[in-house]
Design a protein around this ligand. Structure first.
Ligand SMILES: O=C(O)CCC(=O)C(=O)O
Ligand SMILES: [Fe+2]
Length: 435
């Protein structure tokens, strides 16, 4: 496979070949169209580019400050700069040897580099693939395929260990066409997550949005049977907690809530608890945004933060997550905790519109991002690039743990993001009592 280093060396054969292909595909590029790109779109295009590989010198890469991550940051030849952006180190609670950073450009954004230990990273990856991406938690593949009851990953492990055959997993369409009336389902092709412009949820429209019908998505009639090994590469997300309805981009509370696993909750609570929120939002922090009629609630987060929803994202190296705002949560301010595992990525976060120039941050395995407060929770953000060959040494296969081998192999081309949210404010007004 071509490495990023090959593509940066103009004397290499790989560079010459890629350049030729690039010139051919961009010959008819519409320059006027490019001039119309919003700053967010322009940044996405820049980091997505396969050739030449993007220059990351304006991407914040705080791992470079950490001597113990030297082996990790060497991988793949991808480096940002530790001083690419303006950020400030803040005081933390009960946390030895860790650091937290805030950003004047996005009040409420907190970065905790290397917050999750290597051991805990392995534990979370196992949880995500083996325990979580299976019933009762919905995955992107459930709509379209009749998945094995034991979970796709567990089946895949059995296939690789020759415990069972690599059978073809059948599309669901053949089954449901006969039983579902077409008018009760909405069609959604497979592929990346779609951008649907949904209405921001608030206490005022919550009841109406909850009551609106949420018909199941239609299984695609064009998907083909695939083996377990082929299908595992197409796993893109698994739901956490309250069920999310992708057709309307709203939660479907009628389906009930699956409890968030204690181990995941514990990491998220530890992260929120580690932050001194006065340093993030206290006196003298400007432009924190509009907290709504009840005013700021950050002072109680260390005690009241209680996640109840979220998603595990599985990105293969060529996947991207387009600019979006997570606006389906009733509580538009409480911390959203986002844990990065596996390959590194470029994360972009801008402002309330795509016209705000986004801040680029290199996220590596074990890093935690917290998005909190009105300015940050409603900020456009996305992941335009997964950086190939960046799996840290502590996630590689090791002779000491044979069972890890298949996880390590999968992670070589994958980034896992555990994205945990709080849908309801902790003290819901009467109309919000669904818990
Ligand atoms: O993968 C990430 O870092 C961000 C994911 C995200 O923004 C989302 O799931 O809404
Ligand atoms: Fe998001």
């Amino acid at each position: 496979m071509l490495s990023a280093a090959d593509l940066r060396d103009p004397t290499s054969a790989a560079y010459k070949k890629a350049r030729k292909r690039h010139l051919k595909t961009t010959r008819n590029r519409d320059e006027q169209l490019e001039a119309d790109w919003t700053p967010f779109r322009a940044a996405e295009k820049k980091y997505k580019a396969r050739f030449p590989p993007p220059d990351l010198s304006d991407v914040l890469d705080l791992a470079l400050l950490d001597e113990s991550r030297a082996e990790e940051t060497k991988r793949g030849g991808w480096w940002g700069k530790p001083d690419a952006l303006q950020c400030k180190e803040i005081r933390m609670n009960h946390t030895e040897g860790k650091t937290a950073y805030v950003f004047p450009s996005t009040p409420g954004l907190v970065l905790l580099p290397s917050f999750v230990s290597p051991e805990e990273q392995r534990h979370l990856v196992r949880w995500a693939l083996s325990d979580h991406a299976r019933p009762p938690n919905e995955t992107n593949l459930d709509t379209h395929y009749i998945l094995p009851e034991e979970g796709l990953w567990n089946k895949y492990v059995n296939v690789r260990r020759h415990v069972c055959e690599d059978e073809f997993i059948q599309p669901r369409a053949s089954l449901t066409m006969a039983t579902d009336s077409i008018s009760t389902v909405i069609s959604e092709p497979t592929g990346p997550r779609k951008l649907i412009s949904n209405e921001p949820v608030s206490k005022d429209n919550y009841a109406a949005i909850s009551a609106a019908p949420k018909p199941p998505l239609a299984p695609s009639p064009s998907v083909h049977p695939l083996t377990t090994s082929a299908l595992i590469q197409k796993l893109r997300w698994a739901n956490i907690g309250w069920s999310y309805h992708w057709g309307s981009k709203q939660y479907d509370f009628s389906k009930g809530k699956v409890e968030i696993h204690d181990d995941v909750k514990r990491v998220c609570k530890r992260a929120v608890d580690a932050v001194d929120w006065f340093e993030v939002f206290g006196d003298g922090v400007p432009d924190c945004g509009d907290w709504g009629e009840d005013g700021p609630d950050w002072e109680s987060w260390n005690e009241t933060y209680e996640p109840d929803a979220g998603i595990v994202n599985f990105y293969q190296v060529k996947d991207t997550l387009m600019a979006h705002v997570d606006r389906s949560e009733v509580c538009a301010t409480s911390p959203l905790v986002s844990i990065s595992l596996g390959c590194a990525a470029v994360f972009l976060i801008g402002g309330l519109t795509r016209d705000v120039e986004p801040t680029p941050i290199l996220l590596r395995s074990g890093d935690v991002v917290i998005m909190s407060g009105p300015a940050c929770r409603r900020a456009y953000h996305g992941v335009p690039r997964i950086l190939e060959d960046t799996l840290p040494p502590h996630l590689e296969a090791s002779a000491a743990d044979e069972d890890w081998e298949l996880y390590a192999e999968y992670l070589h081309t994958t980034r896992v993001n555990v994205n945990v949210r709080q849908v309801f404010p902790v003290l819901p007004v009467d109309t919000l009592k669904v818990r």
